[in-house]
Design a binder for this molecule. Sequence first.
Ligand code: DC
Length: 231
Amino acid sequence: MSNKIIIAIDGTSSTGKSTLAKRLAKKLNYIYIDSGAMYRALTHYALDKKYITESVFDSQKLIKDINNINIDFQLNKDNDKYEIHLNDIPVEKHIRTLTVSNYVSRIATIGELRKHMVKVQHSLGAGKGIIMDGRDIGTVVFPNAELKFYLDASTELRAKRRFKELIDNRHDITYDEVLSNIKLRDEQDINRKNSPLKAASDSIIIKTDKLNLSELEDVMFSYITPLISNK
Ligand code: DC
């Protein structure tokens, strides 16, 4: 019988965290939660309500509105995937734009919003058998997770991967735009006061530059298997 655990995957942007987390969740039959998508959904909401425009960044309005914002993941029966919903509306497509990417790290610096997101993340992950990826999962959200990974890779490689993904999904974007967005987000994620991005002291740190997805998956499984097999 397999023993269900919590797996936290943190790391810099575009290191393959969510791709890996999805693959592992499928194989383990675990629930996958993309915490970055939650911050993106909040940002999309703020843009939609015009709390954020080119000249305005009114985080107070967003904080005041927080109890009117319901973020959850619902199963799309057409593709059998759990997709993020904002007040019951699917927003997956809207949260991956460069506009959202350019504001999301700033939104994620705000302590009141983070506190609320962590509460939602705790309720989504109330049972075991979950994989959550993000920036503070092993340090703040689930400090007692049985297994914590921290993924990193060079900035240029991450930008190349992200650029390809966006072009494949028909986004109109240049490599330089992607590279500068990744640098900006790293800077903000690592240096913010609230829950900065860092590896938990008990995390397994993996450099993903020289590993393809299946090699990376094998490395991760070598840590997972002993924990789930015989408790
Ligand atoms: O994983 P992602 O790139 O979609 O995340 C978008 C942004 O959200 C990222 O720049 C930092 C922020 N984030 C965070 O602060 N904490 C998390 N647990 C997840 C994401």
